[in-house]
Design a binder for this molecule. Structure first.
Ligand code: ZN
Length: 360
């Protein structure tokens, strides 16, 4: 492979669109197409769920999500999607379309996450919910050049018994497309250690673990996620920099952060892209990955998030290349599969390594 002589190359959005990409942090219920939301509301007789009756109207209203004062206010927007996701047909379609949309921007590996319990309001069992989502993802995987995995989320603002049930579901499907167990929902007042038994159950069955932590709460949430719950990756981790010793541990043990810049700006956990710590983390060798969080609510894509990370957060081109490849390096896949995928991606990657490229 040729080596570029300088790390100072500049990138355009089109360059990034052509890169093979991986997405590790994407919520199913936050990533619907607007047209699909409208279509589902019409066919299910639930137009009263939506705040507008046209794609343009919905697009306009959804812009005010940027005014969410807190993570909890942001999460309240899911009232527009979850009621439309209560049938097997809807779940299958939404899962299929999400994989399709990713494949069309050259995402080669996608991890989708969701809380199955949110989709049992009209009588579906947890198993039926999960099988519909997996079937939609697998069908799209056959139609496009993309590999996918599913992550099941426990919900931190519910009783631990509910998280345990989700962990059991994840374990039961661990060789059938479910790659990991996560903890999502409002972080303030709901620390990871409140769900320690659910994580112990998942860990004891050798599940991969990721936990939303240090997003709208301090580094003690990350500390609990790692040391009480055994997380292998951290969702967001924005406040990690407040605890230098913990940050050094995260660097030394190559614990990846799943960073979602636009979502962090929308939930006001950072004042703006320019103040986002991602450039500081990348510069200090934290294993950073970039992700969308929610394609619909954050009005974004993998191309757009990587572009904003470069253009607005100030991550230089050579570091952005490594961040994009980290999405493959830290995928929740068996080691041999991950190596094979990374090899294909490196062969196809249009930007060569530089003198600054870390040794792997
Ligand atoms: Zn998330």
């Amino acid at each position: 492979m040729p080596t570029a002589s300088t790390s100072e190359s500049t990138l355009s959005r089109n360059d990034i669109a052509a890169w093979p990409k991986a997405e590790l942090h994407c919520h199913l219920d936050g990533s619907l197409r607007l047209a699909t939301m409208l279509d589902l509301a019409k066919t299910q007789g639930k137009m009263n769920v939506l705040p507008a009756d046209s794609v343009e109207g919905l697009r306009e209203i959804l812009r005010s999500i940027d005014d969410s004062e807190t993570l909890e206010a942001f999460l309240a927007w899911f009232r527009y999607t979850i009621p439309l996701m209560q049938t097997k047909e809807a779940l299958h379609r939404i899962a299929y379309e999400l994989v399709e949309d990713n494949a069309q921007e050259n995402v080669r590996y996608l991890e989708v996450r969701y809380g199955p319990i949110l989709h049992t309001e009209e009588g579906l069992s947890l198993e039926a919910v999960n099988e519909a989502v997996l079937a939609g993802m697998k069908e799209a995987e056959r139609d496009y050049n993309i590999k996918t995995s599913l992550i099941i989320c426990g919900l931190r603002d519910r009783y631990e018994s509910a998280s345990m049930r989700q962990a059991e579901l994840a374990v039961a499907h661990r060789h059938k497309g479910v790659a990991a167990f996560d903890l999502a929902g409002g972080e303030a007042g709901n620390p990871p250690k409140g769900h320690v038994h659910a994580f112990y159950h998942a860990r004891n069955h050798m599940m991969n673990l990721t936990i939303h932590a240090g997003e709208s709460w301090g580094p003690d949430s990350i500390h609990q996620a790692l040391f009480y719950c055994g997380a292998h990756r951290i969702g967001h981790g924005i406040t990690l920099q407040q605890d230098p010793e913990l940050m050094q541990y995260v660097i030394d043990h190559r614990i990846p952060l799943e960073i979602c810049p636009t979502s962090n700006v929308q939930t006001h956990v950072v004042p703006g892209y320019e103040a986002h710590p991602v450039a500081y983390y990348a510069e200090n060798d934290v294993a950073v990955t970039i992700n969308t969080d929610n394609r619909l609510f954050s009005r974004t894509s993998m191309t757009e998030e990587l572009w904003r990370t470069h253009d607005r957060c100030g991550v230089p081109a050579d570091q952005l290349r490594e961040i994009a490849l980290n999405g493959f390096r830290y995928a929740f896949l068996p080691h041999a599969e991950r190596q094979a995928l990374l090899e294909t991606v490196l062969n196809d990657f249009p930007m060569p390594p530089t003198d600054e490229t870390p040794v792997w």
